[in-house]
Design a protein around this ligand. Structure first.
Ligand code: EPZ
Length: 419
């Protein structure tokens, strides 16, 4: 279990290049196995979740080869295996996309129940509702989901709640159903659009991705394709917030600025200067930070995956700051760790009230999940003295070369290997 050691209060300066989007990559890779063909996916982030999917594909008998650190060649010709019940599968939540991909291609699937970050209940009832609507028989055992269908027939599916996973999963299976599927109240996240764009290059017929109504007209089969993953909105936001809390001046590059609008607007409200380029955003934090309120919503609202990182920033914004977490029912487990650094936070259900403090003080803290770990880095960068972050494996799930990227911006940060 590695640890990160941060000696805080160093302003961040310079440029940081953002990697491919984790939440797009973990959907595009399962989509790639729907073609009885070869796909080449570029700009993959070099992170643990991709390694987990690579290992799962290998065990399924899919030939995978990294052409370079960020480019994977996937040969799913002659794939016959319709089950993925390996330990690897349980490591990441996005394994559930194998259900939609295998059901679409083979009309059968058996996948272990998904793992992933443990903040509150993470049901998949909307995924299963969608598969049933397409004509699949669904069997849920203790540790696996089994699907089978004589054939898949297009249907109109209303998502009771906006769900990224359910939207993408139903879209996968519907691509190879007979007739038209309409997903209403669909998620509009950039990674939903990225997956739809990739499927269309493979020969699918998907319209409306990025709006709340997606129309999929089923096709006979999909063919191989080459594709480049979009930049990671959440990694980019993490570095923008780190620049803000350290009073730095950082250019976050290789991004799509439009994807950052909700965070850019909030930082602007806090007196942080935001300068947008074509594929970059410069963050200049040279004025006292103004206290604000944040409400997480599905895209284009403020992303829940930047909620912990924003909470870390707000711990040093004088006055009262209120966060309302509208997506997950229990995403404040990291708050106890922030309090160990001197933060003044009180939780009431979905509401976090944060009273700004003059400074944080270094301490030993633990990453309770992926984005909580990112929040500990952000708080540690601002804290006086040394902060030691354990459970860095969570951070490695979603952040490529995290200590090197922060070190290149002037942070005093190092990784310590712990047996
Ligand atoms: C995706 O999770 C992301 N993960 C999460 O990011 C992100 O927090 C979430 O979307 C919201 O943006 C990946 O893309 C791999 P949802 P997902 O289905 O698809 C409820 C990260 O840090 N719901 O949009 O699992 C659910 O409980 C991770 O990168 C149901 O009730 O999230 C939640 O309250 C953490 N039934 C809400 O919908 C369902 O069948 C949104 O969940 C599905 C979801």
């Amino acid at each position: 279990m590695d640890k990160l050691i941060i000696n805080g209060q160093k302003k961040l300066f310079g440029e940081v290049s953002i990697s491919g989007a984790k939440n797009a990559a973990v959907a595009v890779l399962p989509a790639a196995i729907m073609a009885d063909d070869i796909c080449i996916i570029d700009n993959l982030p070099s992170i643990e979740d991709i390694t987990s999917l690579f290992n799962t594909f290998e065990k399924m008998g899919i030939k995978c080869e990294f052409l370079d650190k960020h480019t994977l060649k996937i040969d799913s010709r002659n794939l016959e295996n319709v089950s993925a019940t390996y330990d690897e599968v349980k490591k990441i939540r996005a394994s559930y996309y194998l259900l939609g991909a295998l059901l679409g291609r083979f009309k059968k699937a058996e996948v272990s129940m998904p793992g992933g970050c443990n903040f509150g209940s993470r049901p998949i009832d909307l995924h299963l509702k969608g598969f049933k609507a397409l004509g699949a028989e669904v069997t849920v055992t203790e540790d696996a989901v089994k699907l089978s269908a004589e054939k898949l027939t297009g249907a109109t599916i209303y998502m009771d709640q906006v769900s990224v996973g359910a939207t993408i999963n139903v879209m996968l299976a519907a691509c190879l159903a007979e007739g038209t599927t309409i997903i209403e109240n669909a998620a509009k996240e950039p990674h939903v659009v990225d997956t739809a764009n990739f499927l269309n290059i493979m020969g699918a017929n998907i319209k409306g991705a990025g709006t709340d109504v997606i129309r999929i007209t089923g096709v006979e089969k999909l063919h191989g394709a080459e594709y480049t993953i979009i930049p990671d909105q959440i990694e980019a936001g993490t570095y923008m917030i780190a620049a803000a809390i350290t009073g730095g001046d950082v250019v976050v590059k290789n991004i799509i600025p439009k994807h950052m609008d909700s965070l850019s607007a909030k930082l602007d409200e806090m007196n942080v200067t935001i300068e947008e380029g074509d594929d970059s955003i410069r963050v200049i934090s040279d004025k006292p930070l103004k206290n604000v309120n944040v409400k997480t919503m599905s895209y284009p609202g403020f992303p829940t995956d930047l909620q912990p990182q924003m909470a870390a920033l707000l711990t040093v914004c004088m006055g009262e700051n209120i966060i309302t977490e509208n997506v997950w029912d229990n995403r404040y487990q990291y708050v106890d760790q922030l309090k160990k650094l001197g933060a003044d936070v009180s939780i009431d259900g979905r509401i976090a009230k944060i009273q700004g403090v003059k400074k944080l003080t270094g301490n030993s803290v633990s990453a309770t999940d992926l984005r909580a770990g990112a929040a500990m880095i952000i708080a540690g960068l601002a804290a006086e003295g040394v902060t030691e972050i354990s459970n860095v494996k969570y951070i490695d799930r979603g952040y490529e070369d995290v200590e090197h990227k922060f070190k290149s911006l002037g942070a005093d940060i190092k990784r310590v290997k712990v047996d």
